[in-house]
Design a protein around this ligand. Structure first.
Ligand SMILES: Nc1nc2c(ncn2[C@@H]2O[C@H](COP(=O)(O)OP(=O)(O)O)[C@@H](O)[C@H]2O)c(=O)[nH]1
Ligand SMILES: [Mg+2]
Length: 301
């Protein structure tokens, strides 16, 4: 039996939970039934409530019809599956620091993550904490304009920790869900860079208890396993909680996904497969392996 079929069959009972009972008038999802199904499917009380709350908000605003609701739900569940089972951390807003060397795709990834958060019904702000280069601030601001998303920025050369502190306090008072921070990838010395990242991290924790809840290291897949040495440096000093592997579209070195997980002991959480805003996929080990081995299956059939 094909893996896909086995998965479907194995999930039969769970799948049944999300059947007809969920559908109300005009094929719209019934919110109470959704909550019940999520609870019975054992996604956990806190997670279920979070989904239902976000769903209710999304279905009032940006999700216009039944098809949109379903797409929203699928996106939301897919996003959950990608975060490797670690329980969601407490603290509002959810703060994501994006770190890595220049050129790996940090700024692009910040924009992609922000767009994904909004698509999942979360309010989000981006923060330009790469103040080392004027171009970096402008690049994020232009993403903000294109996406219609807010960017917090100070002047070039400003203290990144001060930018982050301001942004977090503003986000807190406005009860925003998520803050995504772009950081510098290069300073005068590597020591300066690591010291700056540590300071930014401390400031996050002072503004929001438990923040940053996520520190994503951006690695360029086209550099293959050569990127792993820098990765170790960031892991030591920046408290990396996950990896975003970018530019998988431009390389045959996709197997580095497996190396990252094994060598760094940090999960791959997202993969970048292009330059546009929708080209960021939540990483799923299952789907990855399936995609990797698909040509092989084709030949043996
Ligand atoms: N093909 C491809 N290009 C990417 C991807 N992510 C980023 N880029 C490109 O990589 C270049 C550097 O990205 P940028 O976000 O400025 O990197 P930063 O210096 O780390 O902030 C830009 O031209 C991006 O469009 C990806 O997943 N695939
Ligand atoms: Mg950048």
């Amino acid at each position: 039996m094909e893996l896909w079929e086995r998965l479907r069959k194995g999930l039969g009972a769970t799948r049944a939970l999300f059947g007809e009972r969920l559908m109300g008038e005009g094929g719209r999802v019934r919110v109470e039934a959704l909550e019940e199904a999520l609870l019975v499917a054992d996604v956990g009380v806190e997670t279920a409530e979070g989904i239902v709350r976000d769903f209710a908000r999304a279905s009032r605003s940006e999700v216009a019809d039944a098809g949109g609701e379903l797409a929203w739900l699928k996106a939301r569940l897919r996003r959950l599956l990608s975060d490797d089972g670690t329980p969601p951390q407490r603290g509002m807003p959810h703060v994501v620091l994006v770190v890595g060397v220049n050129g790996t795709g940090k700024t692009t990834t910040v924009a992609k993550l922000a767009a994904a958060a909004r698509a999942a019904g979360r309010s989000v702000v981006m923060v330009a904490a790469d103040t080392f280069r004027a171009a970096a601030v402008e690049q994020l601001q232009s993403w903000g304009q294109r996406l219609g998303l807010e960017v917090v920025a100070h002047r070039q050369g400003a203290d990144p920790a001060a930018v982050v502190f301001d942004a977090l306090n503003a986000a807190k008072s406005r009860k925003l869900d998520e803050v995504i921070v772009d950081t510098a990838g290069r300073l005068h010395t590597k020591h300066n860079l690591m010291a700056e990242l540590e300071k930014v991290r401390r400031v996050c924790g002072r503004a929001v208890t438990g923040a940053p809840q996520e520190v994503l290291l951006v690695l360029d897949a086209t550099t293959g396993s050569n990127g792993l040495a820098q990765a170790r440096e960031f892991r030591e000093h920046a408290g990396v909680t996950g990896v975003v592997l970018t530019k998988l579209d431009g390389t045959a070195k996709g197997g580095v996904v497996l190396a990252v997980a094994r060598e760094l002991g940090v999960p791959v959480k997202w993969v970048g497969v292009g330059e546009s805003v929708e080209d960021l996929l939540p990483f799923s080990a299952d789907a990855f392996v399936e995609a990797l081995l698909e040509p092989l299956q084709g030949e043996s059939r």
